[in-house]
Design a protein around this ligand. Structure first.
Ligand code: ATP
Ligand code: MG
Length: 409
């Protein structure tokens, strides 16, 4: 029934050069995600047509939903300028959109080809009764209809479509530069990474892993989360930097009182992340902090981390509540991975009384107790960077008990 998909770009308040690079980037992403040999692309001003040539429209739309910067899509049927034909196709499309529920309805016609004998209004007035007489489920409402049938009459044919399917919105990923996502195995940080990409920021991911103190499955979780996120990334690829954190972890357990353990751990993570960001052209850090969620996410704790780095750390979830975060995590299919029960380095050895109001001078005091700078240097030298795509076959747990062993095997 459908012969093409109409794609509407997002934020078209953009002008001139910005708009051009927006559209160019979005088109590149569309080709990467749709990745189908039979489809063809046709550009018209502020919209794009994807000619299906036999490709499954729903599959194409599922791919388009992973392209940031797109506003909406419609499945379009093309027919001739023959009025009987238009009525028949219009009716088929509307009927296919109905389930058993009554809906309000309107026909909207645009006559771009003025040679067509009826005006736009006259065309709608011909088509609407034809459809209405074939079902009891439609009630006309021209002001606020739930379902609108669009008919565009052009010189080369008539284009008919019904539904607007929402896209991701936002900006084409990459257009705003690149950030480094601190990715734990939890629920929040993958959502933060998704929101960053949705807003146009490409990401690398960094994960601090303490294998074999923590289980190799906790690192696998992060690989699997990155696979999900890579579906939205340019070229369907995200680079994941796995930082061997066990030695630092042990040093912290040895030198830092349990009340300050997590605070200092986070300060070390951010020092390392800042360096990895700079080495990989990432302009900001991105994390999954949400104010007040846990002891490490009080305003005081957030500041205690920011104090040790110069790079800006963006926190897209700062003021989201958990239910909203879980909703997005479910939509992007990361939730089920995040709730797998393997401990990461923040959940192993959690002190039972972490401070919620860390003091700078106390942080300094603990950090002076050991040579953390050389530990940071030796850790950075041992970072394992891997490229992850949606179908990366990486199965760490089959290969060893530490990330290093697994990647070497
Ligand atoms: P999440 O669901 O993202 O794990 P959380 O509620 O468990 O969040 P924390 O464990 O306090 O919160 O972590 C806060 C943020 O710090 C995470 O969202 C993530 O950005 C970063 N982070 C924590 N642990 C790690 C880690 N092992 N590697 C990389 N980043 C981490
Ligand atoms: Mg966590």
């Amino acid at each position: 029934m459908y012969e093409r998909i109409l794609v509407r770009y997002g934020d078209l308040t953009l002008k001139g050069k910005n708009k051009k690079s927006f559209v160019k980037k979005a088109n590149k992403l569309i080709r990467e995600k749709v990745y189908n040999e039979s489809v063809k692309y046709e550009r018209h001003h502020d919209r794009l047509y994807i000619l299906l040539n036999g490709a499954d429209p729903d599959e194409v739309i599922a791919s388009l939903k992973r392209v940031s910067g797109l506003l909406s899509f419609s499945k379009v049927s093309k027919t001739t300028q023959d009025l009987d034909k238009i009525k028949q196709v219009a009716n088929e499309i509307v009927q296919s959109e109905l389930d058993d529920k009554e809906v309000t309805f309107k026909v909207e016609t645009k006559r771009a080809d003025k040679r067509f004998p009826l005006t736009s209004l006259e065309t709608s007035q011909e088509v609407a009764p034809y459809i209405l007489s074939r079902t009891n489920l439609l009630n006309v409402d021209v002001h606020n209809p739930e379902l609108t049938l669009d008919i565009e009459i052009r010189r080369n044919g008539t284009y008919i479509y019904c539904k607007k399917i929402a896209g991701m919105g936002g900006f084409p990923v990459g257009i705003a530069g690149k950030g480094l996502l601190l990715l734990s195995g939890g629920i929040d940080s993958p959502v933060a990474g998704y929101l960053a990409m949705k807003q146009g920021v490409e990401i690398d991911a960094i994960h601090f892993e303490s294998t074999p103190l923590t289980s190799i499955e906790s690192a696998q979780k992060v690989v699997d989360l990155t696979k999900k996120l890579s579906q939205y990334a340019p070229e369907n690829t995200i680079r994941l930097h796995l930082v061997p954190f066990k030695d630092m972890h042990q040093a912290l357990l040895e030198h830092v009182s349990s009340r300050y353990n997590i605070t200092i751990m986070r300060r070390m993570m951010y020092r390392i992340a800042e360096r990895i960001a700079k080495d990989n052209d990432c302009q900001v850090l991105i994390n999954g902090d949400s104010v007040g969620q846990v002891a490490s996410q009080t305003l005081e704790s957030i500041n205690s981390v920011t104090e040790v780095i110069k790079l800006t750390a963006l926190r897209p979830l700062s003021f989201y509540d958990k239910q909203d975060i879980i909703k997005i995590a479910s939509e992007i299919d990361t939730y089920d991975i995040s709730i797998r029960p393997f401990a990461d380095c923040c959940t192993v050895y959690v002190p039972n009384n972490p401070t919620t109001k860390p003091k700078y001078f106390m942080c300094d005091k603990f950090e002076q107790k050991f040579d953390y700078m050389s530990l940071i240097e030796s850790t950075i030298k041992r970072v394992n960077t891997i490229e992850i795509t949606p179908d990366s076959p990486i199965k760490l747990a089959l290969e060893g008990v530490t990330v290093k062993e697994a990647l070497n095997n």
